[in-house]
Design a protein around this ligand. Structure first.
Ligand code: UYC
Length: 228
């Protein structure tokens, strides 16, 4: 009823993140009227940086079959809710779409490939990054990639999340690996099938950084000026 919708709208606007997280799927289940509330919510908040709550609301609208929802996205957020800023003319729209659809494995691959593109043709051919390339990586691009991951993962994934955990462990790599599900005892998690490609993964599980050539690259990534 109109009353129920209104009470959900109030809770969505005023509630804690935990409450908002529960309200969003409830509104989604109410069809068009629920979607309208979510649309109004996104428009109201569009002048402040997107959080993962905005990400949830956006995903519900984006992934709905309703024609009005499609129109809303095209008219208001054709490139998503995170500004896709790049210092080197790279388009992050595909990454935005993969993450909005929660296609985390494809998004992870795309992240590695795109970071190589940013670093240059040699990195593209090599298919992995030198730590010096990571040190010189444009801040704007790193922040865009990270913001997309955080916003579309309930705040669970992203380099900044990995950095926060790493710092909380005194930068100890051997403590980090099991914490983010990359190692179990002496056994490395094997790429790709042993990784968890959904939100049931531990915090900081994605995006992946291959450790085959040592920790230098990841160390540079988590120490990048983009995070300070
Ligand atoms: N792989 O084990 N990884 C690959 C990870 C290691 C290995 C790709 C992450 C340990 C080989 C990604 C972990 C190791 C290849 C990741 C992990 C190892 C490969 C594809 C936990 C053996 C084939 C992109 C830390 C003991 C490719 C890429 C190659 C690929 C990620 C082996 C994303 C997070 C030490 C043989 N692994 N990787 O970078 O380069 O190739 O030969 O980290």
């Amino acid at each position: 009823t109109a009353n129920d919708i209104d009470s959900l709208r109030q809770k969505l606007i005023a509630g804690s993140q935990k409450v908002q997280q529960q309200i969003i799927p409830q509104l989604a289940d109410l069809g068009n009227e629920g979607l309208e509330v979510l649309q109004e919510f996104l428009l109201k908040r569009r002048d402040t940086p997107a959080t993962w709550i905005d990400g949830k609301a956006y995903q519900v609208i984006y992934n709905s079959d309703a024609p009005t929802a499609k129109e809303f996205i095209e008219n208001n957020f054709p490139e998503g809710i995170v500004p896709l800023k790049s210092d080197c003319g790279i388009s992050y729209n595909s990454l935005q779409q993969l993450l909005t659809r929660q296609e985390f494995q494809a998004a992870d691959l795309f992240t590695i490939q795109t970071m190589c593109e940013v670093a240059g043709p040699q990195a593209v051919q090599r298919k992995w990054l030198y730590f010096t390339e990571v040190e010189n990586f444009p801040t704007q691009d790193l922040q865009t990639i990270n913001h997309l991951w955080v916003v579309h993962s309930e705040g669970k994934f992203g380099f900044s999340v990995q950095r926060e955990i790493w710092l909380s462990l005194g930068k100890n790599w051997e403590s980090l690996w099991p914490k983010i599900g990359w190692k179990d005892g002496n056994k490395w998690t094997r790429y790709p099938n042993e990784f968890t490609w959904d939100l049931s993964a531990p915090r900081g599980h994605l995006p992946l950084s291959n450790q085959l050539r040592g920790v230098r690259v990841m160390s540079s990534l988590l120490s990048h000026p983009a995070w300070t």
